[in-house]
Design a binder for this molecule. Structure first.
Ligand code: GLN
Length: 323
């Protein structure tokens, strides 16, 4: 009985949200961008949307927050759709770095100095330069069109977050100069960084993240109409990148203990993708789902502490790991 199952799942998720909410005291909200320091350290919310329409939401579900690094997944998709997959992969690799998201080290040490992957800052800034258009707003247009198809409305840039990020961006500017030196940027450095800071400052909710996860779970097709939003080859590659590089230098542990593609951002959001699997009819989510989490208290790698604990618990209990 679907209703009973849904009720049971809801109670289950509610109780674990309450449990892990108390554990957010271990972490700290990001402070290197002043506006992120204002977040409520104890907030924790989750939204799970299944392909069959089953939705479970719990905790702090209505908060709006900036998408931050999760935008890297979406600009990569948009750039691949704008320029073609092989064109983009000529400029950015698909290898994990094992270093912090904003590290410069690999740009210095690798020959050629090609950015390791599009989900760390060096790769993401390169990808932003590949988006078509001259101004940052023109460049962001293909991202907005893509997001609207995935989440059902056109999101907006939080201007205060954008300015806060722009004015405290020394490290990203340094990365930009390395990329410029290596010949990887295809647009003016100033415009490229403006695009990157704006994309990080787009406001979303956990429902939006769950919807994004669901489209990826459905191999890039709209879960309702089955129309193609993202080419299947790009959706596949993105999920592999999320699994290997999506949680920064904690991606290995996340793959080992949670086992599903995911991407985090420093405002505390995580998008996770549960691919469809026929195994247990009692659990509708095994039919494929997207999960959005928000919990601004971060661990040392910059991932949501409560979010990771919650995802790990749920993935174990519902046997969601790909492996
Ligand atoms: N705005 C952030 C930065 O580049 C995005 C990084 C993140 O979410 N990890 O510094």
């Amino acid at each position: 009985n679907t209703e009973l199952t849904k009720e049971w799942l809801q109670d289950y998720v509610d109780s674990w949200i309450n449990f892990y909410k108390k554990q957010t005291v271990d972490g700290e909200v990001a402070t290197y961008i002043p506006i992120l320091a204002e977040a409520d350290q104890h907030a924790l919310g989750i939204s799970i949307i299944g392909k069959n329409g089953v939705t479970i939401k719990s905790g702090d579900t209505e908060e709006k927050f900036t998408i931050q690094s999760i935008s890297k997944v979406l600009t990569f998709i948009a750039a691949c759709m704008d320029r073609g997959l092989s064109y983009v992969l000529n400029r950015v690799d698909v290898e994990p770095t094992g270093e912090a998201f904003n590290s410069i080290m690999h740009l210095e040490m690798k020959q050629p100095k090609k950015p390791f992957n599009p989900l760390v800052n060096s790769g993401a800034i390169t990808v932003s330069s590949l988006l078509s258009g001259k101004t940052s707003d023109q460049k962001l247009e293909s991202l907005f069109i893509l997001m609207e198809k995935m989440i059902g409305y056109r999101p907006e840039v939080n201007v205060d977050a954008y300015e806060s990020e722009r004015d405290t961006s020394m490290r990203n500017r340094s990365i930009g100069y390395y990329l410029l030196e290596g010949g990887y940027l295809e647009s003016d450095l100033g415009i490229t960084l403006e695009t990157y800071f704006k994309q990080c400052s787009i406001e979303i909710t956990i429902d939006d993240l769950a919807k994004i996860g669901l489209v990826l779970s459905n191999d890039g097709l709209d879960p309702n109409t089955e129309e193609e939003i993202i080419p299947r080859s790009v959706a596949r590659l993105v999920k592999a990148l999320m699994l290997t590089c999506g949680m920064y230098d904690a991606s290995g542990k996340f793959a080992a203990y949670v086992g599903i593609p995911a991407k985090s951002g420093v405002s505390g959001g995580i998008v996770a993708v549960v691919p469809p699997r026929v195994r247990d009819e009692e659990l509708p989510f095994l039919d494929g789902c997207g999960i959005g989490v928000f919990g601004p208290a971060l661990d040392l790698q910059g991932n949501s502490i409560g979010g990771i604990k919650l995802l790990r618990h749920i993935a174990n209990q519902w046997d969601l790991s790909l492996f």
